[in-house]
Each structure stands twice: as C-alpha cells, then as structure tokens.
Design a protein around this ligand. Sequence first.
Ligand SMILES: [Zn+2]
Length: 247
Amino acid sequence: MLIAVFIYGLLLGSFYNVVGLRVPNGESIVKPRSHCPKCEHVLSPLELIPVISYVCLRGRCRCCKAPVSLVYPLIELMTGLLFVAAPLLLGWSAELLIAWTLISLIVIIWITDIKYMLIPDKILLVFAIILVVERIFIPLTPWWDSIAGAAVGFGLLLFIAVISKGGMGGGDIKLYGVLGIALGVKFVLLSFFIATLIGAVYGGLGLLSGKLKRGNPIPFGPFIGIGALTAYFFGNDIITWYLHSLL
Ligand SMILES: [Zn+2]
C-alpha cells in the first residue's frame, strides 16, 4: 500500500512540475506534450518515468544531450516521500485527503515561487475550492475552525503587509488564507511562526556567508510550505513541548 502511495506521489510530482512551470506563463498543462526546451524533442513515455528516466539518461536530453535540471527529479522524489509520510504520521483516515491536497499545493508553490517568485491565483483558487469541499466532509473540530483559520491567516498576513509596506507579497497573503482552511487557527499561526523563523535563519546565514545581498528579495513560499507541513503534522507535539518547557 505504501509503495503504491509512493509511486502515485512520484507520478503526481511529475505532473506538478508541469503545472508549476506552465501555469504562471498562462500555458496549457496538456499541450504541447513535454519536450526538451533546447531541441524540441518530444519526450517518449520511457523518458517520462519519474526519477528513473532522469537517472538512466544521466540528467541529459536523449537527443541533444542538453542537461536537464535536477529540480525535476527532486520535486518528484519529494512529492513521493511526503505522500508516504502522510499515512505514516496520520494513520489511514479520511484526513489523508487533506494531507495529500496540502502537500500538492505546497509542492506546486515551491516550484512557482522558486522559479518565478510568484504564487498564481489560479492555483490558489483551485486548491481553495478542493480544500473547502474536503473540509465540509472532513471537518476540523470545531467545524468553523477552517473559516476562522482562513480569516486569521489572510488577516495576519494582510496586516503585516500593510505595516511593513509591501514586505509581504499578495500571493503570500492569499496563500495563508487557503492554508488556514486546512490548518485551522492554531496551526496556521504556528505555521507562520515556523516559516518566519526558518526564513530568518536562512536569510541570516545567507547574509553572513555573502550568498545573499541585503535588499534582494528571497521567495518566502518555500518557507511557508515547510512551516505549514511542520505545523500540520507536528503542531500538537510542538505546542505540548513548548508549553512543557515553559512550566
Ligand atoms: Zn534536447
């Protein structure tokens, strides 16, 4: 069962690569078929096997030998592993649907935000609808925690955007609204705290090592994703641990 979930995750990861690279450009996700951007060679089914094709072809196009970005197989592998982690952490329950949806949203955001520094409205809208429908059938307790989570996530980021005068992108604000539907109030706040903490550490290390320059924007999306998944899967443990260390 876990192997099936892993393979399913790999295949979806491959699809999310296409979604993440094409949707921000307003391109169709079905046409044209996947091809080498350099020589236009259309990939055969054998060249589209997640991770394995990349390894077999040693990361190069079969025709023109142009290097293929390592990001593709990494995204596929990451999606597969996260998909498997969900049932291991949550057990086999309906809530898995929410977990897999959340992972899917975050993987796509990782691609669009790292590659284009943006989070497309279309993607947020699609996932907002899916999560609302799922949360109607698989509600949080209390059921309105989803609505409150969305409002608090959106409101908090909007507030920060206003006081920091544009330090937070519009995509980030809307993304927290969508995450709130899945996470609820407590975890959406925790996820924001984790994201800023990791973002600050990353930014600080980047400045110290000279890899980042002051004033250069870094995409916040990847940190939001890590924060959201950490809060979603480990939120209760983190809060319990934190309260214990206070008392
Ligand atoms: Zn090629």
